[in-house]
Structure formats: structure tokens, C-alpha cells
Design a protein around this ligand. Structure first.
Ligand code: WT7
Length: 634
């Protein structure tokens, strides 16, 4: 794919994309295989919202990810699988092998009765089969819903039932550092109450003993073996759903963000090529998990659409020690390395002795994603990993945006520590104040919105379009609202400052405070709770829970442990509170609204700046909440 090659190029491409967006995207879309060309590039309004790209075009995305490359690149490596255990051998998967595996698996899904539009849940660790699963769905027009392997049975059940999945793809267990994690057992527990699921397909990875339910549970390897390695692609409309991915919001249960096929393909491919400036012999490695959007867009789809070679890593950054990432970079001559600030901070804390043994000379581009990267971590990453020679692309985007919206283009546009810098061509950011008035000019700060659609924008929240409208398109009329606060510096560079809603970002994972609160409130001793985020050195934000117990002033460790277990069971380990404080009351306004601003200040230890507390129903609760903090400090 042709990419922007200079700053001047970027500027002129950006201008065209704003002045003639349809012409701009049509030219990019024309670089792919379509069964039928579109009749209209874009149809949209941000009120309903309805957004359609490449209207009436038909295609199959896997044909673009795989088949299209077979004439020239059949033997090129698509994926290098690096297992959890460094002594286990690496697996090289060529584009031809990928084709064969995806086709066989797609044939199994067909045999199980999966049809175009049906939902398939994927609950798997980071192994190539998880990616085969996604592509096999796309091959036959089925919609995948990947659920991160760290979610609990309860969370898995909720997601399966929300989109009524027919089949679940899973494994016996997962290797994670020195731990083995059960997967099938969790699926079994979830499926007790999932009437829509007819089959599970189980890939044996850890070879642990698992229960297989006759008639429902099938062995992956056995099923795949007997299938032909060819499967005709099912052509779908450009707006046919490609996948659902659940993400947390400020209220209620996680919502199923829905992405469609044509626009998602065009935007992820374009953004990958431009942000990373990937060249044909480069080796790209994104350390995300397929359970998150980064794993969908920038491990599975975009690299394949660009015929790239990428690393799939099963393990964790600290196993067998904190040098693992760098060992893998040297081992596979990785040129492009893309990770999250939380990992950078953790590895920085582990010390340079884990970096020193490695050369890291293959690296050309470093990426960051998932949360704001502090300047300190940015500088450490640049100096010690990039040896001050690799541009850092701090990529800002969201599950809902499908692809990277604001980021430097590696080696093309300038970088600035702590800044995601400039919008990609086709992206029109705007800052607004709380009333929705545009904040113009530079050196300003406001709520980040986008005023014009791009091809991979969210289309709906599965089964509840009104929620999509309310969450993203109603706060500010005619704009897509990101939920993020943002600064624009004197040169027009953007710096994302963090969420302005009740969503917290823990180690790059989005967690809705309401979800954690409702888990805590299930405890029979808890009357009410308020959860907020507080600054955490490694995780970015930690989870702080204030809970009112029926047994006044009982602050026992047993109760706290029960509460943590409860959150673990309802959501999963990623949502476990770091700190729990049992309180007698919460600071509320006379209308009953919890003043989270005050709770955040207390958790930060900033007792002197609690702000206006005069509107509180009962101002004395504040002193009671602060009291134990003062004691701890003495
Ligand atoms: C939220 C989206 C995008 C894939 C992973 C997370 C925060 C993401 C950055 C960045 C500052 C960032 C935002 C955003 N975020 N990237 N480079 N700088 N903040 O996807 O789970 O949908 O979370 O992550 O707050 O809204 P997600």
C-alpha cells in the first residue's frame, strides 16, 4: 500500500482527506479485492447515528488478508508463534499454511451449522488458533465475539448471552508465565446458562484433563483433520458485521461494540501502513492479546492486509524474567515493537540489567498504546530500547474507533514525549467545552470529539442501538464523543489526558466503575459502594473502592478479601480493587449524586484541595473518610 512519505506529503494528504473525504477513501479502497464495487462511498448522519461506507460493495475480508497474497507470498511467513516457554520451539506459519488452516476450520464451523451472520464466541489464549478462529468466522460471514481469556465464567456467560453465540472456540487451558489457567472449565461453568450454544470446539494446548460433554464438546484437532483445505469465501455486504467486541462504559454492563467489514478493512490497513511505515521484509510484533481491539486490528487484520510478518506471543513480559521481550526481539529480529505503557513502566522498574544482555539492533520503530504514556516512560523506552534511533509512535484510539486515529507516522511526522501528536489523514478531531462549544486555537484543553466519520467508526452497540446513540452521539450534538480529555499544544499536537467519564484505565484495560460497584454491592454486608481510579506507578490507574457495610465500622481483612473474590468471580482478576476502604457514608449531593471528584482527591491524598463541599448532604462523612488516611501517614 502506498504511504505518506514526507511531512509535506502528510500535510497535503490530510488536506485532501478533509476537503474530499469520499474521493480520498475511495482511492484507498480501490487497492483491495471487492466482489462488487460500491455504488456510493459514504452515507452518514451522527444523529441516529447511521454510518455506511462503500454502500452496496461486497467482499470477503479473508480473501484480502490471505488469498490475495498467495500468488507472490504463499511461502512468506505470516506469523511467527513464540510460545510461553522459551525452550518450546517457535512455529513459522506461512500465508499458505494460514490459508489451509483457516479454510479447514471454516469448514468445521459450517459443519456445525454456523451460517452467515451467526455469532461465534472465541475464548482462547494467545495462540495461532485464536486467529484462525477469527478468520474462519470471517471466511463464512459469521460474526466473531472474542472474549479475553482473563474474564470470569460470569463475564463470559453475560457476553455469550448478549449476542446469542452458537459455538464457542476454546482450549483446555492456557500457559501464562509459570501458571496454567483453566479455560474449558470456565467455559463449562458459563455454559450452564447459555442456551444458544450448541457446540464447543476445544483445542488441546496444556493437555490437562478436562470434561467433554457428549454431543456438545468437540475436539478441535480431530474435527479439523478431516476437512478439506479449501473453503469458498462467503461474500458479504461492506456493512455486514465482522465482529462484536465487548467494552466497558460508564454505566451498566459492557456493551458489544460492532464493527463492519469494508470500512474496517480499509481503515485498519491504511492506518497500519502509515503509522508503522512497515516495509516488506520487516518483522512486526504487537504484544497485545486478541481479547482486546489492538489484537483484532493490529495483530490479526491490518498486518495480514499488508502481507506483513508478525510475531504472536503467548507469554507475559516477566517470564522467565523481565528480559523476555528483549530476548524475543533479538531472537526474531523484530523491527517494529508495539506495546503498552504499563509494560514499559514495569520493565523499567525491573532494572536495566534485564535490557543489557540484548542487542536490540533490529528495532526501527517503537509503538505505545492503551493509556497515556508519561514522559519518564517515553524517555526510558526511547533511550534504552530504541537507543535514541527509533521513532516512538504513541497511538491514540479506542475499541469504538476500530483503528488508530491520532499518532505520529513513524519517521515522517515529528514525535513529542507524552503526545499522540497529529490526526491521521481522514480524522477530524475537535475539542469542545462542557456545553459543547468548540474550543478553537492552540494551547487549549477540552473534551475530545471527532466531527466527521472515518471508515472504521463503531456502527452500533449490539442489540441496543439507542445505547450507542446515547453514549457516543448525544453528549455533543453532531459529534462523536470519545470520553477522553485532551490538550492541544502551540503546534496543534494532541495530548490525551485520560477519561473524563466514569471509566478507569488499569494497565491499559478499560474498566467501568459501575460494573465493579455492582459486583461489590452483591455482597450481603455491603449497602453501597463507590469506585474510582487513582494514580498508580505501574498500572497507570489503580482501583479504589469505598464501601458502606451494614456492620458499621467493620473494616476487617476478611470482608475485604471476600469483596476481592467477589469482583474476581463477577468480572475477572483485572477488575480487582487495589484498595478497599469501608466507610460509614459517601459524600453525596442533596440530590443523591455521589461526588466522585472528592473521593478521587482523598484517594490521591490531596486533602487540602477537596474543592467546594458546601453542596454535600452530610459534610461530616468527609472527615470520617479522611481520618484513617491521616493515621496511616503518621
Ligand atoms: C481508551 C480506549 C486503543 C486500544 C487499546 C485501548 C485510552 C488508548 C491511548 C494513548 C492516551 C490512550 C483512552 C481511550 N488510550 N490509547 N495512546 N494515549 N490514552 O482501547 O480499551 O477501547 O480504551 O484508552 O482513554 O479512550 P480501549
Amino acid at each position: 500500500m502506498k504511504t505518506v512519505k514526507s511531512l509535506a506529503d502528510y500535510q497535503s494528504e490530510y488536506q485532501t482527506s478533509v476537503e474530499q473525504p469520499e474521493k480520498f477513501w475511495e482511492k484507498i479502497a480501490d487497492q483491495f479485492l471487492w466482489k462488487n464495487r460500491w455504488s456510493k462511498v459514504l452515507d452518514w448522519n451522527f444523529t441516529e447515528p447511521t454510518i455506511q461506507w462503500f454502500v452496496n460493495g461486497t467482499l470477503n475480508i479473508t480473501e484480502n488478508c490471505i488469498d490475495r497474497h498467495l500468488s507472490k507470498n504463499a511461502h512468506k511467513t505470516a506469523f511467527i508463534f513464540e510460545p510461553n516457554e522459551p525452550s518450546e520451539s517457535t512455529q513459522n506459519i506461512s500465508y499458505q499454511t494460514l490459508y489451509d488452516e483457516v479454510c479447514r476450520l471454516a469448514n468445521v464451523l459450517k459443519k456445525l451449522g454456523v451460517e452467515k451472520g451467526d455469532r461465534v464466541c472465541i475464548y482462547m489464549p494467545m495462540i495461532p488458533e485464536a486467529i484462525y478462529g477469527m478468520l474462519a468466522c470471517a471466511r463464512i460471514g459469521a460474526v466473531h465475539s472474542v472474549v479475553f481469556g482473563g474474564f470470569s465464567a460470569q463475564a463470559l456467560k453475560d457476553r455469550i448471552n448478549d449476542s446469542l453465540c452458537k459455538v464457542v472456540l476454546t482450549t483446555d487451558g492456557a500457559f501464562r508465565g509459570n501458571k496454567k489457567i483453566p479455560m474449558k472449565a470456565t467455559v463449562d461453568e458459563a455454559l450452564i446458562e447459555c442456551p444458544s450454544v450448541k457446540y464447543t470446539l476445544v483445542f488441546n494446548r496444556t493437555n490437562d484433563t478436562i470434561k467433554m460433554q457428549e454431543g456438545r464438546d468437540l475436539n478441535w484437532k480431530t474435527e479439523v483433520q478431516s476437512q478439506p483445505d479449501h473453503c469458498e469465501p462467503v461474500y458479504v455486504d461492506a456493512e455486514h458485521p465482522l465482529f462484536i467486541l465487548y467494552t466497558s462504559g460508564s454505566t451498566g454492563k459492557p456493551k458489544g461494540v460492532l464493527h463492519t467489514t469494508g470500512g474496517y478493512m480499509v481503515y485498519t490497513a491504511y492506518s497500519f501502513a502509515n503509522v508503522f511505515q512497515y516495509q516488506p521484509n520487516d518483522i512486526y510484533w504487537c504484544t497485545a492479546d486478541v481479547g482486546w481491539i489492538t489484537g483484532h486490528s493490529y495483530i490479526t487484520y491490518a498486518p495480514l492486509l499488508n502481507a506483513a510478518t508478525s510475531v504472536i506471543f503467548e507469554g507475559i513480559p516477566t517470564y522467565p524474567d523481565a528480559g523476555r521481550f528483549w530476548q524475543v526481539v533479538d531472537k526474531h529480529h523484530v523491527t517494529h515493537f508495539y506495546t503498552a505503557p504499563t509494560a514499559i513502566r514495569a520493565l523499567e522498574a525491573a532494572g536495566l540489567e534485564f535490557v543489557k544482555p540484548y542487542k536490540l539492533t533490529s528495532l526501527k520503530v517503537l509503538g505505545s498504546v492503551g493509556e497515556p504514556i508519561n514522559e519518564e516512560a517515553w524517555n526510558w523506552y526511547s533511550a534504552n530500547i530504541g537507543k535514541n534511533k527509533c521513532p516512538i509512535v504513541d497511538t491514540w484510539w479506542q475499541t469504538e474507533t476500530g483503528g488508530i486515529l491520532i499518532s505520529p507516522l513513524a519517521g515522517i511526522t515529528p514525535t513529542k514525549p507524552g503526545f499522540a501528536t497529529l490526526p491521521l489523514p481522514g480524522i477530524q478531531p475537535i475539542l469542545v467545552d462542557d456545553k459543547g462549544n468548540e474550543i478553537t486555537g492552540n494551547n487549549v484543553e477540552g473534551n475530545l470529539c471527532i466531527k466527521f466519520p472515518w471508515p472504521s467508526i463503531i456502527r452500533t452497540t449490539y442489540g441496543d442501538h439507542e445505547r450507542c446513540k446515547q453514549t457516543y452521539f448525544s453528549t455533543y450534538k453532531g459529534l462523536y464523543f470519545t470520553g477522553d480529555g485532551c490538550k492541544r499544544d502551540e503546534n496543534g499536537n494532541y495530548r490525551i489526558t485520560g477519561r473524563v467519564d466514569d471509566v478507569i484505565n488499569v494497565s491499559g484495560h478499560r474498566i467501568g466503575t459501575a460494573e465493579v460497584e455492582s459486583a461489590l454491592n452483591m455482597h450481603e454486608d455491603i449497602v453501597e459502594s463507590a469506585v474510582i481510579g487513582y494514580p498508580h506507578e505501574i498500572k497507570g490507574q489503580g482501583i479504589y473502592a469505598y464501601c458502606i457495610s451494614i456492620n458499621e465500622h467493620i473494616n476487617s481483612d476478611d470482608l475485604k478479601k471476600e469483596l476481592i473474590d467477589l469482583v474476581n468471580k463477577q468480572i475477572g482478576p483485572i477488575a480487582k480493587p487495589d484498595k478497599i476502604q469501608i466507610v460509614r457514608g459517601l459524600p453525596k449531593t442533596r440530590s443523591g449524586k455521589i461526588m466522585r471528584r472528592i473521593l478521587r482527591k482523598i484517594a490521591e491524598g490531596d486533602f487540602a484541595n477537596l474543592g467546594d463541599t458546601s453542596t454535600l448532604l452530610d459534610p461530616t462523612v468527609i472527615n470520617e473518610i479522611i481520618e484513617p488516611h491521616l493515621k496511616n501517614n503518621n
